[in-house]
Design a protein around this ligand. Structure first.
Ligand SMILES: *Cc1c(COP(=O)(O)O)cnc(C)c1O
Length: 396
């Protein structure tokens, strides 16, 4: 852990815990590296639903080509922060009000169904709009964390349904078809993602040729893999970029866009808390933490162990023995009255004591913003942004 992060984690008083700590410098460096690894022709959008914290978005605004939003709320939020940046609006079940909002000023609308296309024509008035048709291609990205395509799903159009959409588009000059959008899954590593990109582009070109369409854009989605079991094994952006560069030589004139979320912000966030109690039950050790999955739902949602570091706190102000687990597996739970409030299960530790601090890593995406905050009415975590200005070196 970087010393400034450690200083921040030791910083908050116990009543300030739990805390979310976002390392903005780490985020900037990571975003810069990703952008530099990609060919110039590849446009990079950030999928705001992964984490729409305004300070994170502002950092990302310097390194991405635009944002992908999935609701009218996200659209308003991102547009307020970035009046001039390109925004793509996707996602199922767009309401007439959301489509009208899109007509006001998104750079691309990702159309999910023929019905949505018809609905769009009723709110456009005299405006026109640039659209991509989202296709659920019969491609299987292999074993992935979250499949949204290549299988029955509510996302996008079947290839056979595209022709009816083309007919609607042909009849309405306000609808400008720019190309296709294909986001099939999340959790794909670089070699698999490259294979997928190759298959998508090949399919897209074949389809466009057969329909005499001048295909100028394909958005190949996000879903770049993040490995919670191995935080150091990150998506290989360098080889992904090189592979895309090679692939795109066969597709002159085509703009390719990607829209990752998790792989961009996940590493910059920490959820920091303290151990309230260490207990034993039926021979197993449990550490009860301040906070829980109502702040960090990720491990419950994904059924994984959230990676963590123990930050020992050596003072123990109580006159009675300090509860502890020593050289044994411990299950880290929160304060909720449900057996599902587990952040990490049976993880071997050398020593874990009541009063020690725990810093959960990889809490920068789909963490606070996907959690059920109000369940049990515990106080919300404090939020700290580790700024880009130099931090005094008062590391304990
Ligand atoms: C969620 C989503 C993304 C981002 O997925 P990540 O796994 O966070 O990279 C991109 N595009 C669409 C359409 C999505 O639904």
């Amino acid at each position: 852990m970087n010393p400034d992060v450690l200083a921040h984690i030791n910083g908050p008083a116990p009543h300030d815990l739990p805390a979310y700590v976002y390392d903005l410098r780490d985020l900037r460096e990571h975003a810069r590296t990703i952008r530099a690894a990609l060919p110039e022709r590849v446009e990079l959008l950030y999928a705001a639903k992964a984490n729409s914290d305004p300070r994170l978005l502002r950092v990302l605004g310097d390194h991405v080509d635009g944002f992908e939003v999935a609701s009218g709320g996200e659209l308003t939020h991102v547009r307020n922060l970035f009046p001039d940046m390109p925004i793509a609006f996707g996602g199922p079940g767009k309401t007439p009000a959301e489509l009208a909002q899109a007509a006001e000023g998104v750079s691309r609308l990702h159309v999910e169904s023929e019905h949505e296309l018809h609905l769009l024509t009723t709110v456009l008035g005299d405006r026109s709009i640039d659209i991509l048709l989202r296709v659920n291609l019969p491609l299987t990205p292999g074993p992935v964390a979250l499949a949204m395509g290549g299988c029955p799903s509510p996302f996008g159009l079947e290839p056979a349904q595209l022709d009816d959409c083309l007919a609607v588009i042909a009849a309405d000059p306000r609808l400008r078809l720019r190309g296709l959008h294909v986001h099939l899954a999340s959790g794909i590593q670089a070699p698999g993602h490259l294979d997928l990109a190759e298959d998508i582009l090949k399919w897209a070109r074949g389809w466009a040729n057969s329909r005499h369409i001048d295909l100028t854009e394909v958005n190949i989605g996000g879903g770049m893999g993040v490995d919670y079991a191995h935080p150091d094994q990150r998506f290989d952006w360098a080889s992904f970029g090189t592979g895309l560069h090679r692939l795109l030589r066969r597709y002159q004139g085509l703009t390719v866009r990607i829209e990752p979320g998790r792989s961009i912000t996940v590493y910059c966030g920490w959820y920091v808390t303290e151990v309230l109690d260490v207990k034993r039950s039926h021979g197993e050790a449990f550490a009860v933490l301040r906070g829980g999955t109502h702040h960090l739902r990720t491990p419950a949602a994904k059924q994984h162990n959230q990676p963590f570091q123990i930050i020992p706190v050596d003072t123990w102000p109580r006159p009675w023995p300090r509860p502890e687990a020593r050289r044994e597996p411990v299950t880290l739970v929160g304060q909720l009255c449900t057996p599902k409030d587990v952040l990490a299960r049976r993880v071997p530790v050398r020593q874990l004591r009541s009063g020690d601090r725990i810093a959960f890593a990889m809490a920068g995406a789909y963490a606070w913003n996907i959690s059920h905050h109000d369940f049990l009415m515990h106080p919300a975590p404090s939020v700290h942004h580790l700024d880009e200005a130099p931090v005094p070196a008062n590391v304990p």
